[in-house]
Design a binder for this molecule. Sequence first.
Ligand SMILES: Cc1ncc(COP(=O)(O)O)c(C=O)c1O
Length: 312
Amino acid sequence: MPESGLGEIQTLAMLAPLVLGQAANLGAATAFAHMDPPTPWVTWALTLWNVSLNQNLLHPATAPVVRNIEQLVISWLAPYFGMQGGHMTPGCTVANLTALWAARENAGVTEVIASEGAHLSIAKAAHLLGLRYRTIASERTGAMIAEALEGDLSRTVLVLTAGTTSGGRLDPLTLAGRAGWTHIDAAWAGPLRLSARHGDRLAGLERADSVAVSAHKWLFQPKESAFVLFRDVASAHAAVSFGGGAYLATPNIGVLGSHGAAATLLLATLLACGGTGSPAGLTGVWKWPSGWRSSLRRMRTWNCWPDRRRAS
Ligand SMILES: Cc1ncc(COP(=O)(O)O)c(C=O)c1O
């Protein structure tokens, strides 16, 4: 650490060759398997807004607009997955943990069953939550063999993967509903649900109790951006909420405490792409929820952007 500061300009000049010059080129076609997409430039602008405003979504007083933006974005996306609602998380590791946490609280489950191709975050979540973890017979590619799922599953969370990490395979999603709780880890393939052409590949997903999707994969968001959705969002959120009262006027939902406004970047991307295009090739296949324009107008705090001149 330098004794005294270098000043901003010199700092940027010093860091540019390192941070910009030696970064991995994840936008290259050969980097597809890394799942980290090129990001639409509108999200670069929104990132600057976010870091300069530094809103904290923990509490309405510290994020009067962007909490509502998150709810709006979730309300647009949840119906594609047959879910009622949910919240954003920094990735699907946390989304999966949150879903299994809700399952443990609300469905009294004691074990997690997944395919051999399931992401390590499922085993990690089971471990953290004190749930037994078991994989069942899977194809050579890692996808679950439907016939291998048998016995009493009433105290089991069945985790089905939509897009396995190594092979992009789909577990048989029509198994959703066979266990005490079904969670679909759709970190990778989830955004296919927004495609009029490919959405049916994930048929069955709508019968799950919870779904996790990484927006920083096929929704082209900068990290960190993901969401967890629930079929019964009121009871799931109640199960994973703490606090309220003296410290917080509203309960703290989910794993995170203080967190930033990833949803504004997602909103900007969805608005900028419109119904006919997307930044990286889903052109023309996104269906749009009806009434999106009026739901934006209805947002109570939409006109409450802080007047920074008056504040200073
Ligand atoms: C299927 C699957 N689930 C979960 C995750 C974890 O997501 P994240 O890295 O966003 O925490 C990944 C990451 O690649 C994944 O492929």
